[in-house]
Design a protein around this ligand. Structure first.
Ligand SMILES: [Zn+2]
Ligand SMILES: [Zn+2]
Length: 376
């Protein structure tokens, strides 16, 4: 695997994407203001929720698990549904989305990964969309290029996105007298919520969560992300077994996309659902456990070695300090002795001097004084 060295993007800013994404954020706020201050309609809000459900499942069950990974087969009415509501998700055509996503899987965490997490959370979440794709073309998707519906959507993606994202919601809003509200809520507020949910798979689940199935890349299993992405949060499992139609493999894992695909298989709309064999999954788990145990043992050994080196260095330092203290003690004692001796010698000299001064001052013969007081 190539090292994921963060580098500055060489591509130029994609102004259309950048301005559109900024506009959608403002229009989503406008939708809330409109509901609060101008007109509130339960019908418009309900339409927004319906579009959120249909468009989200079209990205998770359609764009991702069907088109990008071929995890199952779907009949043409379901593929058409996915392609129409997928266009409303405004995340590019299914063909280009799948091409980018396949590169993400094969080149994950490297400079070739379109949403390489090594470039940071925000790059992986949204910033990568602000740049023009240097390659531009959808490669590695020959299987999808053979699907006429996929190619129809790819060719007319922009028109379909406008139709499904704005025109249809506006027209339906006319029925209950709130076309502006229906378009703002369904077209923009719903789109903003859906975008950030999808984007969180590229950002959150490559940073936060557990890695029970593989430690070879940054993908993680995150229940919280699964909650807002119809089950796409079990991303560690997905990166390990990308053709499995399930992301959450246990029955209690929150994976509505898996339930949706499985339910439709009962009425013939989906078929050939791919599942990874239980033994293979267990082997992956075992391998990760063994790798984690080996890593822990290596860490413990490294810590023990480090502690040993520290103890040895501490002993040497202690010994050096003790030796230095002894030398200092001896030097002080010697200096004190010398000082004492010098002092004693100085005192002796002073005494001798005092003695000589005294002796010099004493009269050598007695001074005679007569009765008149004169000296004799
Ligand atoms: Zn990923
Ligand atoms: Zn995938």
């Amino acid at each position: 695997m190539e090292a994921g060295t963060p580098t500055l993007p060489k591509a130029k800013i994609n102004w259309v994407n950048l301005l559109f994404i900024i506009s959608v954020h403002f229009l989503a706020v406008a939708a809330v203001v409109y509901m609060a201050a101008v007109q509130f309609s339960w019908w418009s809000l309900g339409l927004g929720l319906l579009w959120l459900a249909c468009s989200s499942i079209s990205i998770t069950g359609g764009y991702h698990r069907l088109f990008a990974h071929n995890a199952y087969k779907a009949s043409w009415p379901l593929r058409l549904f996915y392609l129409l509501f997928g266009a409303a998700g405004v995340q590019n055509s299914a063909l280009k989305w799948s091409a980018d996503h396949r590169v993400h899987h094969t080149k994950v965490d490297t400079v070739k990964d379109p949403y390489n997490i090594n470039r940071g959370f925000w790059w992986a979440h949204i910033v990568w969309i602000f740049y023009l794709d240097p390659d531009g073309k959808a490669t590695g998707v020959k299987d999808l290029q053979a699907d006429k519906l996929v190619m129809f959507q790819h060719k007319h993606y922009l028109a379909l996105a406008i139709l499904m994202g704005a025109v249809v919601p506006f027209s339906l809003g006319l029925i209950w007298g709130d076309p502006i509200g229906a378009m703002l809520i369904t077209g923009f507020l719903r789109l903003l919520v859906q975008w950030h949910a999808t984007f969180s798979v590229n950002s959150f689940t490559h940073i936060f969560g557990k890695q029970p199935f593989s430690v070879d890349n940054s993908a993680r299993d995150s229940f919280l992300t699964a909650l807002i992405t119809l089950g796409e949060g079990y991303h560690n499992y997905h990166h390990r077994f990308q053709t499995d139609y399930r992301n959450g493999i246990c029955w209690y894992h929150f994976d509505p996309t898996k339930w949706f695909v499985w339910s439709l298989s009962k009425v013939g709309l989906t078929r050939e659902l791919k599942r990874t064999a239980r033994e293979k999954i267990e082997r992956a788990r075992e391998s990760v456990r063994a790798q984690k145990t080996a890593a822990t043992t290596a860490l413990v050994e490294k810590s023990a070695n480090a502690a040993h080196v520290i103890a040895e260095r501490a002993d040497s330092a202690k010994q050096a300090i003790a030796e230095t203290a002894d030398s200092a003690k001896q030097a002080i004692a010697e200096t004190a002795d010398s000082a004492k001796q010098a002092f004693a010698e100085t005192a002796d000299s002073a005494n001798a001097l005092a003695q000589s001064v005294l002796e010099a001052g004493r009269p050598t013969a007695p001074v005679m004084v007569d009765e008149s007081g004169r000296r004799g």
